[in-house]
Structure formats: C-alpha cells, structure tokens
Ligand binder design. Structure first.
Ligand code: ATP
Ligand code: MG
Length: 537
C-alpha cells in the first residue's frame, strides 16, 4: 500500500476514534493520515471534501444509523471504500452492511492493528481493482460502439460508390477488376467489424440466457444458416442422437456454426463430410464434430483458439476470430473446447457443455478407472456441488454475498440448516437418482440437533460418504476445535466468513476439486471420477 493512505474515521465515541488512530500509528511500515468525524453528517461532508482512501464507519451512530450514512456516502462517491465497524456477533448487521455496499466489516472487540491494517489494505486494493475494471469496461464499450456503428458507416459509403462505379458502362475492364478488389476488401472489413464487436461484447457482458436447449434444434438452425455453403460444397452433415444441454441458444448456434462451417470450408476433398455425435458423462455433455478435412498438426491445436491465428492464407476467407469466440462461449457456459485427430484423418472438435438433465444411471462411488482417478478436473470437470451446513441465515447470506458475489467464486450451492438435514441430503443423493452428488461440505460447528463434530463422525462411519471433503467454517480459530475437527477427518478449518483466499488454501490438498479462473471469476470444478458414468446418449 502506498505510504500516507488517508483514512476517515466516523465514530461518535472519542475514545474509540483515539484507539483507531493509535492502532494505525502502530502499523509497522505504513503511515496513515487520519481524519475524524463525530457524526454522520460531518463524516459525509468530510468524505466529499477529502476523498480519503478508506472510511471506517461506526454502525451505531446516534441519530442516523451507519447504513444510512453508508448509503449517503456511496450516493455521492460510488467508489468509496467503506469498512463498517460493528459490535460483536452481529452477523445480521454484517449482511445488511455488505448488501449496502460496504467493502467489509469488522467487529470492534476483535480489532488489532494488524487486522485493521489488513482490512483497510484489502478494501483499498478491491476499490482500485474495481475502478480499473470499470475504466476498462468503459473503454471496451466505447471501442465496441465505434466498431459496431461508426466504422460501418464510411464502409457502406465505400461499398455503395464502388458498386456504382463498377456498374458504369464507361469503366475499363481492368478498372472493373480493381474495383472488385476494393469491394472484397470492404466485405472482409465488414466481417471483421461484426466479429470483433461480437467478441468484445461477449467479453464485456458474460450474462447468458441459460436454459435447457435441444442440441438437435441448434444443429437444425446451423444447417439452415449454412444452407448455401452446404449445398455449394455438396457437404454431407450426419448426426447421431443429440441431448438437451444447458445453454444460451443464440451463442450455441454461433459456436457450432463456426465449427461446422470451418469443417466444410477447410476440407480439400470433393465431398466434405461432417459427423456430429454426443456422449453424456455425468452432468456433462461431450459433443464431437468430426470432419474429413486436412487435419490440424498437434502444435497448432491450441494456437487456433487464439484471436486472429489462422493456418491458411488469404485464399480462404476468414478473420481468424471464429474459434476464439467459440472458446469464450464454451467458457461462459463453464464448459470447454479443444480438438483432436479424427478417425481416418481430419479433425474432431470436442465441446463440453453442462447437460440439461442429470442422468439416471449413476455408477457407484469410486467406480472410476485409475487413469481417470489420476486426472485433475481441468479437462473433465463439471461445476462443483457444495453443501453449506449452517443454521444462521445471516451467515448463509454472507457466504453468498462475500465469497460468491463479491469475490466471484462460482459453484452450485446447497444449504442445510443443521447436521441431520445435511446427512439426509447426502444420503439421498448417494442412494442414486437424478441429483448430482455433493463434492464439498462446508460445515459450521455450533448447530442445533446435530452439530458439526457429530456430522464429521457420522461421515467417517459411512463408507459411501467418507470420501467427500469437509471443511469446518467456524467463528473462532480455537485450537481445541481445530484439533478435534482434524482428528474427526475435516480437511480444512476456515474462519467465517469464508474468503477466496481461505478457500484456495483449503483446496490445495484436495485432489478432486479445482479452482479455475474464468475471466475475473473463479469456478470450482469437481472431478468426474467420484461418480463417473459413461452412458451414451
Ligand atoms: P472466421 O473468423 O471467419 O471463423 P477462420 O475460420 O479463419 O475465420 P477460426 O474459425 O478461428 O478462424 O479458425 C482458425 C484457423 O484454424 C483457420 O484459419 C484454419 O486455419 C484452422 N481450422 C479451423 N477449423 C479447421 C478444420 N476443421 N480443419 C482444418 N483447419 C481448421
Ligand atoms: Mg472459422
């Protein structure tokens, strides 16, 4: 953190303000400039004037509560980094303030110079990152708008006048040909504009309309869109049974269209043949699009997914963006795309997407082959199912807001409000049926009916469930609790509220789970092998 960070303390209690000032003065290697305000109105005015790097805001201010002040500060300065200072054990308040836009909250009784310093640092860093991201998004938006609108206009003028000139009877034959070049360059540029702006939009938005879609209907649409190319090349498109997948229909058409159109475009034989098939693997669908084209050398199989990388010259039209867009679309669906050799020559593109319906045939736990068991989740992973066992609704909210929303860690969350409910859910899922098994348990200790330690004991007694990693989520870092949890089989001990960092650390020793970056988010993937199935659809 840069020296001399400015911190504004808004607290009606003079002694508390003095304590914070002293704590900040005692942080080794950092120097803080501290401003003080003794009520909300003064704080709001001082914040507007001084624009400090961070605001420490007391939740219980007289007259006006902390959340009202927070709202007012953020209204005037949406990028303000506010840390709320609350009394002990007030998770409900913590949820309220995080929802209200505070970067973080701290309980007054557990404050130390280190925790205060760390919390301020991370709030400032978070704010810097958010500001930089916002700037980048703005530039991207301007760029995309310019691409989509402003560049197209002059291009249209070039094309219309070139066409007029070309139609002129007095034009010499050579000039007619030269204008042909101008027109085809303009067409290429138009295609580039459409593709680049489409790509940028994909990168900027990330919001999909995900719902169950029929792959057959997607391929029908692609065939309609490519009718001209298919008939002019005399291409044959064959397909096996195709299932429903979870996805955004428009984007899936765009993805399969590029792969199928490539398969025809790059095929050098008289009769391009494309075969589309699908195989279900647990919650994932693996779609294979095989062609009888020239094949792609091993060294180029990753390269072609980079923007503007082409393996052919200008003789074959294209922008080199198609597969980069396909990869982005696959990633947006928490899926994957790569290519392999096709049987008898040619290339097979493989796309993995989440299946719309979980399959019925589940193999028993541990039925995976040794090779599969050794594989990490990056290739064959699906988004992990995480069970949070927690009786406090406020703590459930905190995990959702802090870990999942703010820190963008993605997984499928299930919640049980006590140990017994959790055991029931785990047993039901392991008994088979449609629902995917739980891949990770986040376990509170103090709960009614059946506490966290009892759950750990029950898990270790159950052969089918003992393999599921369980992390303790506790309010304190009590050493006795830690040791007891470890002895009972907990794989990690995390202090509430769980953070991205804590989770990363805890997952280090868990071979079946993997956190993978996706844009600025992280997706928790689970290995297929714990309950692998290879049913053909
Ligand atoms: P466009 O943006 O119009 O799709 P493009 O087809 O050149 O342009 P990509 O779809 O990204 O771009 O493909 C990148 C390159 O990969 C192609 O230029 C081609 O050299 C190679 N390629 C793609 N698919 C195949 C295939 N089925 N067989 C052989 N080469 C392929
Ligand atoms: Mg292409």
């Amino acid at each position: 953190m840069p020296d001399g960070s400015a911190v504004l303390v808004i607290d009606d209690n003079m002694d508390d303000r003095e304590v914070y000032r002293r704590m900040l003065a005692r942080v080794p290697g950092a120097s803080y400039v501290v401003f003080e305000a003794e009520n909300g109105d003064e704080g709001i005015a001082l914040n507007a004037r001084k624009r400090p790097d961070c605001v420490l805001l007391d939740y219980s201010l007289p007259g006006r509560d902390g959340v009202g002040v927070l709202e007012e500060i953020l209204k005037l300065d949406p990028s303000a980094n506010v840390i709320m200072l609350t009394g002990q054990g007030s998770e409900t308040i913590a949820v309220e303030v995080m929802k209200g836009g505070a970067r973080d909250y701290l309980t007054k009784d557990t404050l130390s110079p280190e925790t205060l310093h760390r919390c301020i640092q991370s709030a400032i860093m978070h704010g810097d990152l958010a500001a930089r991201l916002e700037q980048k998004q703005q530039s991207l938006e301007i760029f995309t708008r310019a691409m989509a609108h402003d560049l197209k206009e002059p291009l249209r003028t070039i094309k219309s006048f070139s066409r007029l000139l070309q139609a002129s009877p007095s034009l010499a034959h050579d000039d007619h040909d030269l204008l042909g070049y101008v027109l085809s360059a303009a067409d290429h540029m138009e295609e580039l504009i459409v593709k680049v702006s489409g790509f940028s939009k994909l990168k900027a938005s990330g919001d999909l309309e995900v719902k169950p879609v029929s792959l057959s209907a997607i391929v029908d649409q692609v065939e309609r869109n490519l009718r001209e190319q298919i008939s002019s090349r005399g291409a044959a498109i064959e397909r096996g049974p195709l299932p429903e997948v979870m996805g955004d229909g428009t984007l899936l058409v765009q993805m399969l269209q590029n792969i199928i159109s490539n398969a025809i475009k790059y095929c050098e034989t008289e009769e391009p043949r494309v075969r589309i098939s699908a195989q279900g693997e647990d919650a994932l669908c693996r779609i294979a699009i095989a062609d009888n084209g020239p094949g792609i050398a091993r060294d180029h199989r990753e390269l072609i997914f980079q923007p503007f990388k082409r393996l052919v010259g200008r003789g074959i039209e294209g922008t080199g963006l198609g597969l980069a867009i396909c990869r982005r679309i696959a990633q947006l669906h928490a899926g994957a795309i790569w290519c392999e050799d096709a049987e008898g020559g040619g290339t097979t593109f493989i796309v993995e997407l989440p299946l719309a319906l979980p399959e019925t045939d589940k193999a028993p736990a541990g039925a995976a082959s040794p090779q599969q068991a050794g594989q990490r989740a990056e290739r064959i992973g699906r988004v992990a199912e995480v069970l949070l066992v927690e009786d406090s609704p406020a703590d459930v909210q905190l995990l959702k807001i802090k870990l999942m929303k703010r820190e963008k860690v993605t997984f499928n969350l299930h919640v049980a409000s006590n140990g017994r409910e959790a055991m029931q859910l785990l047993e039901e899922r392991s008994a088979g049926g449609h629902d995917p098994l739980i891949d990770l348990i986040l376990l509170d200790i103090n709960m009614p009916i059946m506490d966290g330690f009892e759950v750990l004991e029950a898990l270790s007694r159950d052969e089918g469930l003992s393999g599921i990693p369980a992390f303790i989520l506790s309010t304190s870092s009590d050493e006795d609790d830690m040791e007891r949890a470890k002895a009972l089989g907990a794989q990690a001990y995390m202090v509430k509220p769980p953070t991205r960092q804590q989770l990363e650390l805890a997952l280090r020793d868990v071979r079946t789970l993997d956190l993978q970056p996706c844009g600025d988010a992280l997706i928790l993937y689970a290995e297929q092998t714990r309950h692998q199935t290879h049913a053909t659809i």
